[in-house]
Design a protein. Sequence first.
Lengths: 86, 283
Amino acid sequence: MRLWREIAKQLAGEDAEPSDVLFAVSAQGGYFESVREIVSFSAEEVLLSVRKKQWRIVGRGLRIEKFVEGDVLVLGEIFSIERTQA
Amino acid sequence: MKSLVCFQIEGLAPENAVSRLKRAQIGVYRLQKTGKNRLTFCVERKNREKVFTIFRQSCYNILDERPYGAYAFVRFFRSRLGLWLGALLFLAVGALPDRLVMRIDTAGTGAYYREQALAILAENGIAVGGLYRKRNAQTAQLSLLALPDVEYCSLQKQGGALRVEIRIAPSRPAVEAGELTAPCAGKVYSLSPIRGEVLVALGDEVEKGQALVVPEQGDSLVSAGVRLYCTAQGRGQTEEEALARPLLAAAELGAEIVGKKVEKTGREFTACVEYLVGATKNI
């Protein structure tokens, strides 16, 4: 769990609330947990809804490989991940 | 590898379709947007019917459905079952003649061993209508080589035919010690000495049993050939009667007749037959 938090802080800043979403990112894509809904998605942007917030993933050649029981596997080149208000 | 079924759906805000699937606790895989109002996704094969139920009374249209992964593999093979069976049958028909023995041919100087060869092959599991196995053929080959006087044996599979070639070792006459003697009285016509001391020259008159070539000192063998020019006379009341005796004498020696002459002398006929007689020693 600490590792997830560290990763989240590194990517989303000190004010990130790791309890909102747990995710891991690698060169091939990212893995997100506790996702309630996929708001929108395209090859350049994926919007994930997590509770009352949204996570915006920006990248290139993005595709959602898996969305099972709140877990989302996004494949592609991720440039940034930012939290926005729903 | 999961067996997936992929769908292409069309409708406004297709992302909502994914939410519907999530609400129904259906896992979504390979989600991709293929157009403004279109997206493709895959679900596990067991959820296929649920997807149809969810979208039946909605504003989403299922445009396409196709298998993916292991299921696609199975479908691919199942849908072409006839083709695969045909291909297998073709391969089997093509390969079988090479494995089957349809005919057994025997060849070579030892072809007269055919019956024994067939028996040996049968003992080793090779028979007409049976399968050809290389290992059995090798064993049979060894047995065939053990037949008397067989110096070479080969088994070759040519399509459905099995060719058994058996060669017999050329028989060599035993070496004879002693000298080469004249088989009959006559004149030395030709001489081919290879080994030994020659005692006569071309044109010499020799008697029957006379030594022509003898072993050299310290040797016991002679290897030579000779041809003698001989004549034989006969008399009789008719020409045939006069010729009969000399011709018979020549025939007994296996001679080559080179000339014959018949003359009438008074009441009877006189015949003279000229012939060449050959003799060899250790050639």
